[in-house]
Write a protein that binds this ligand. Structure first.
Ligand SMILES: *[C@@H]1O[C@H](CO)[C@@H](O)[C@H](O)[C@H]1NC(C)=O
Length: 155
């Protein structure tokens, strides 16, 4: 009788543990400033973005990927040529964040490490094209005076 009882409790405990695991994997909790993109086993990345809160996912079928959507800084160092062919060593600090509604697209076309790949490479390209339009002396004058440079940024 007692042995049966313990066997029952053991099975009950195992069932509870399994249920707990399933419930845990079925919940997706998204912190403030973050968004989740939902991946479905047969459809791929869904075209919806989930905001702050706890959300239910279908176990096994759905998975969530959390993205940080807060603004974050990034320093991009570049050594490139000025208009008068001087080497310019310049570092630009940018602040960026992903556009939340574009996250499914960002995730499928670039991946989870988008923040390490996209902002530095775009900044690098634009910085080079900007530096190439000025003579080294003018760059120094503008930077010293803390003035903004008279130019139209490429889009
Ligand atoms: C560019 O400038 C940075 C900061 O002053 C310096 O650490 C780095 O060595 C420089 N790079 C070159 C190639 O001179």
């Amino acid at each position: 009788m007692a042995a049966k009882m313990f066997e029952f409790i053991g099975k009950f405990g195992l069932a509870l543990a399994v249920a707990g695991g399933v419930v845990n994997s079925a919940l997706c909790s998204v912190d403030a400033g973050h968004r989740a993109v939902v991946f479905e086993r047969f459809h791929g990345v869904r075209d919806i973005v989930v905001g702050k809160g706890t959300h239910f996912l279908i176990p096994w079928l759905q998975k969530s990927m959390i993205f940080d959507c807060r603004s974050q800084p990034c320093n991009v160092p570049v050594i490139t040529g000025s208009k008068d062919l001087q080497n310019v060593n310049i570092t630009l600090r940018i602040i960026f964040r992903p556009v939340a509604s574009q996250l499914p697209h960002i995730f499928t076309s670039i991946g989870e490490d988008h923040h390490e790949r996209v902002p530095p490479s775009i900044t690098n390209k634009i910085l080079k094209s900007v530096v190439a339009r000025f003579e080294a002396g003018d760059l120094i004058t503008y930077l010293r005076a803390g003035q903004s440079m008279p130019l139209q940024l490429p889009r």
